[in-house]
Design a protein. Structure first.
Length: 116
């Protein structure tokens, strides 16, 4: 059974940094999503094995996703507080996944809490 395991979550003050990691291998596309209480799960960033990366507007310039699927989060804001999920899918020609429906494999999540 496929298993993705996230690590690196925690509590930090606004303006601080955290780095999330996802233990996974063999996938072409990796992504990070987040879900705050009472809200839909939303995409944060996606990376392809060929180096292509996309980011949500809300994190552009503050977060960096790496091809090995670490997510470096800088200048954190209280609105970044959420459960963060790692996601993965296999290769598809001419494709860049974006929505949660595009991903086939998921981790259990790691909590990120940013206090003001």
């Amino acid at each position: 059974q496929v298993q993705l395991v996230e690590s690196g979550g925690g509590s930090v003050q606004a303006g601080g940094s955290l780095r999330l990691s996802c233990a996974a291998s063999g996938y072409y596309y990796m992504g990070w999503f987040r879900q705050a209480p009472g809200k839909e799960r939303e995409v944060v960033a996606v990376v392809a094995a060929d180096g292509r990366k996309t980011y949500a507007d809300s994190v552009q310039g503050r977060f960096t996703i790496f091809t090995y699927n670490d997510l470096q989060m800088n200048s954190l804001k209280p609105e970044d507080t959420a459960m963060y999920y790692c996601a993965a899918r296999k290769f598809r020609l001419g494709y860049m996944p974006w929505s949660r429906l595009d991903f086939d494999y998921w981790g259990q999540g790691t909590q990120v809490t940013v206090s003001s």
